[in-house]
Design a binder for this molecule. Sequence first.
Ligand SMILES: Nc1ncnc2c1ncn2[C@@H]1O[C@H](COP(=O)(O)OP(=O)(O)O)[C@@H](O)[C@H]1O
Ligand SMILES: [Mg+2]
Length: 240
Amino acid sequence: MPLLEVQGLCVNYGHIEAVRDITFDVEEGSISTLIGANGAGKTTTLKTISGLRPVRAGKIVFDGRDITGLPPYERVKMGLSQSPEGRGIFPGMTVRENLEMGAYVRTDTKTAAYKADLDRVFELFPRLLERVSQVAGTMSGGEQQMLAMGRALMARPKLVLLDEPSMGLAPKLIAQIFSIIDEIKAQGTTVLLVEQNAAQALKRADSAHILETGSIVRSGTGAELAKDGSVKAAYLGGDL
Ligand SMILES: Nc1ncnc2c1ncn2[C@@H]1O[C@H](COP(=O)(O)OP(=O)(O)O)[C@@H](O)[C@H]1O
Ligand SMILES: [Mg+2]
């Protein structure tokens, strides 16, 4: 059974059909990716899976349960968390406070398990430990991205949704973010990754879907799509 099943999902903004009848699965333990141009509907899809946008039609099943009508915090409790596009950290709070916010649905914040998860985030992102008392809004773009990912992991997710984690970062930091994504998978967390950096996303995707104007036009393994002529031409600048 897949960890996440998206079935016939349609999402509108008023009369605009941002997502049109998309269907895909995310297998437990995998990295899945949605690739597409600006405006293709990637963020809308992730927000809808998180419960931040209502569904016009279709169904979302997570961990065997129909969550289509469930409020966002209930989904977080079930193990579904998101690192939003544009980072969305709390700029006036410190790094530590931001990480605590990521764990707000947990009831075990005084326990060793919580401490272990905090340590795990600091192991993945040593920079956050160095800056644990810094006000988040004063950090660099890359650091804020790390904080957004770390905050999502503090919910102890089974599935983490990452919306454009490499956006706006320098090449060295991009490489670092992608290797951290590999490490998140290695530690057993399933990843649904949205990226404009298609080459890097396809390289590590067990499963990939191309979104065009709200529809999935092609699916396959990351390796298959990276070899596909039309995918290369449209998303990989002709080579990989
Ligand atoms: N808040 C909004 N109100 C109206 N239209 C929106 C809103 N957010 C996104 N859209 C539209 O929905 C479509 C999909 O957007 P989005 O999901 O953000 O795409 P992507 O993340 O792939 O760039 C676009 O046409 C966009 O203009
Ligand atoms: Mg987006």
